[in-house]
Design a protein around this ligand. Sequence first.
Ligand code: PHE
Length: 380
Amino acid sequence: MSAPNKSYDPVEVEALKPEVIERMRDEALAAFAAAADLDRLQEAKTAHTGGTSPLALANREIGALPPQAKADAGKRVGMARGAVNKALAARQAELEAERDARVLVEEAVDVTLPHDRVPAGARHPLTTLSERIEDIFVAMGYAVAEGPEVEAEWFNFDALNIGPDHPARGEQDTFFVEGADAASDGGSAADSGVVLRTHTSPVQIRSLIDREPPVYVICPGRVYRTDELDATHTPVFHQVELLAVDEGLTMADLKGTLDHMVQELFGGEGMKTRLRPNFFPFTEPSAEMDMVCYVCRGESVGNPDRPCRTCSSEGWIELGGCGMVNPKVLTACGVDPEKYSGFAFGFGIERMLMFRHNVEDMRDMVEGDVRFTRPFGMEI
Ligand code: PHE
């Protein structure tokens, strides 16, 4: 062990002067007091008590002092470090208590909050309206019939007497899924092309093929046409189609059925329909059907004092198409047109929802915003 170097006696080391040590201590205390949170305090701790902090560096100088100076300096530095560590521990405890109190408030669980108040869902008004229409006919003995939305062209067109050159077969209306078998003439369901059905009328065909007359079916469903989505068009929409095939059915039966439907749907006196001549390949004769405006009941016609927004004071609202089933359609489905006759009609649910509930923009029906569906009630 080497003896202390008596010839070197640096009594005055700058870093160990009492005022310097005091300043170091005070700076440390000030830094701890200023630390607003535990992270800041950790930084202050490293700066003022760490291995390279001023007090630690000063401490290293002590070893080189002569005995008396060493004792004095050791005491000074020791006391300063003691004070710093005490202040640090106190500030640490203070900040931890603050944090714990804050966490208790921030993470508090309000056990009085209801845990089961999930908003009740409801079905879309298109669905409920469609089912209301179905119910009217189920009550009269009709069966609900459904068919595929991806449909053979033969069912969607050919069997309905819509020939290959009919404009409805053109690209502008129809979503084509698959072309016809190249080797075939498309003359049967098996080798015809495949489309997204453009109307619910193919379900007429499927029902006539599947069932023995008398056939009374109501066919609701989703249909597709290549329209842009705007206020009055949507490429995906819904139709309801009705088909009755029996012995001796006439247009009077069609008319009575339509009148009954609008009375059930819109209620009250004076609800009836009218037919205007039209053409559909699958019905003959064919008609466009209108119903009396359910708001003004026709009283706005020629009456400027009582204008009606719903029917533009025309007294009638256009509903859809109808007619007596074309004998060619019956034949295509293996039904004897000499023995049986039938009537059919079809209309769009979106359009009916629009005028029945004053919906001005069809896009509201497809966007799925509950603020649109809620006013229709929470019918499940
Ligand atoms: N299928 C026709 C359409 O979508 C409507 C219709 C149905 C017309 C039944 C007559 C009979 O336009």
